[in-house]
Design a binder for this molecule. Structure first.
Ligand code: SF4
Ligand code: SF4
Length: 430
């Protein structure tokens, strides 16, 4: 692992430790401690992990406290609803900072390729930005039992994201994706600068016009939401019918695949005219519509949505506590807080594929316990701290195990990468 990946891993473990220690109960600190010790045992940066071992020691002492029930941090830990926003914001900022640090290291690495063999290592985590390569790798794994050795981190992160979605719906989109985070920042900035809301404008006009445009917008929204599934279906079809298994094997051995991250780098740093137009559309969409890119265009989001449909954890409303049924009030704060504009206030369980498990609805709800991200039967509702631990488990601890098994780092040598960089325009596909 490169230095920025080690730092990210360290940050994640410190955050996990903080989540455990700052809770009312400290059950699970021992698990974190074991994982931190495992990381220490595998480390090539002993000082960093010695620091973590200190944290571990504190955690082990904390676990001495008596526990009345196991898994108590999953259910009865008292927390304020607004804690959700705080924990999500911190998680997103840390993840974005970690990705930015890895991006900076990667930029230096590529810059050094111009002068020969680079001295700065390539952070393998950048392979997470090669989703198409990861899908090809997945096909190679499923059909041929092949484990790609050039960009394995890409497949590991795809599996981690899928596992996360199978557990807590599209929490990857709502808590971890840097593109989604950038879109949200852009949207909020635009709202501050340009406070235009066409709904307000329409509401002041004639009712018939308001209704007509609302219906048309609803239909357009539905049609556009299918676009991301269309892009995903096109990619999957390309892989399934356009790329037979033996072709996959040859592709994964080839130079084009070895240089996939460099190709991606050039695509974004030296964009063609078409690419610039495409990026402008993406930026405009993000500024105009909240979660616009995730909602309409992102095939990765579509994949997470499909996996998320099987997740046992969903937003569930307790009608016995909701102010609407319990007190007859006309509350819709959860709906108004939802970036995907889901009508949480009228359903028992949110099944929508656009739910990112962001928990803004839970944070906005004034009736304690009326909303929760929980398993069927409203059992085992997650607390914000437990959510953070689930994220750390999938996005950091799982990759750590792959790293320990020697299935994370690329075996493309720095010398080979220099050669690939020099011949980037003329690499054969197979
Ligand atoms: S329903 Fe709740 S958790 Fe889902 S996207 Fe809306 S606000 Fe977020
Ligand atoms: S915000 Fe809470 S109380 Fe209000 S409608 Fe939603 S679930 Fe019910």
């Amino acid at each position: 692992m490169s230095i920025t990946e080690w730092l990210a891993m360290g940050l994640a473990l410190i955050m996990g430790s903080w989540a455990l220690l700052s809770g009312q109960r400290r059950y699970g600190a021992g698990i974190t401690a074991v994982l931190a010790l495992l990381a220490l045992g595998l480390s090539l940066a002993p000082l960093l992990w010695l620091g973590l071992a200190g944290v571990t020691l504190v955690l082990l002492l904390a676990t001495v406290m008596p526990q009345r029930r196991p898994f108590v941090w999953f259910q009865s830990e008292p927390h304020k609803a607004r804690d959700w926003n705080r924990w999500r914001d911190i998680t997103q900022w840390l993840l974005v900072a970690a990705m930015a640090a890895a991006g900076a290291q990667y930029a230096i690495h590529v810059w050094q390729l111009d002068g020969g063999v680079p001295s700065v290592a390539r952070p393998d985590v950048v392979d997470a930005f090669l989703p198409i390569a990861a899908l090809i790798q997945l096909k190679g794994l499923l059909e041929l039992g092949l484990w790609d050795t050039h960009h394995p981190a890409g497949l590991v992160m795809l599996l981690a994201a899928l596992g996360l979605s199978l557990t807590v719906k599209r929490a990857f989109c709502g808590w971890a994706c840097p593109i989604g985070w950038l879109g949200e920042q852009g949207y909020q900035l635009r709202r501050r600068v340009l406070k235009v809301d066409w709904r307000d404008t329409l509401a002041r006009g004639p009712q018939w016009l308001n209704r007509t445009i609302t219906v048309l917008a609803w239909l357009a929204d539905w049609a556009l939401r299918l676009v991301k599934y269309g892009i995903l279906a096109w990619l999957v079809n390309l892989l399934m019918s356009g790329m037979p298994a033996m072709m996959v094997a040859r592709y994964l051995q080839g130079m084009y695949h070895q240089a996939a991250d460099l190709k991606m780098w050039v695509l974004f740093t030296q964009p063609s005219a078409g690419m610039v137009v495409g990026l402008m559309v993406v930026v405009a969409l993000a500024l105009v519509r909240r979660n616009g890119v995730c909602r309409y265009l992102c095939p990765y989001g579509a994949l997470m949505a499909i996996a998320g449909a099987f997740s046992p954890y969903k937003i569930r409303r307790d009608t016995g506590r909701c102010l609407r049924e319990a007190k007859g009030m006309n509350c819709d704060k959860c709906h108004r807080a939802c970036p995907s504009r889901i009508h949480v206030e009228v359903v028992g369980t949110v099944h929508s594929d656009e739910c990112h498990s962001c928990q803004r609805c839970v944070a906005a709800c004034p009736a304690r316990g009326a909303l929760a991200l929980s398993a069927p039967g409203r059992r085992w509702p997650l607390t914000p701290r437990a959510m953070v631990l689930v994220l750390i488990g999938f996005l950091f601890v799982l990759p750590l195990f792959f790293y320990a098994a020697g299935m994370w780092g690329s075996d493309t040598s720095p010398m080979m990468r220099t050669m690939l960089w020099q011949r980037l325009e003329n690499l054969p596909l197979f």
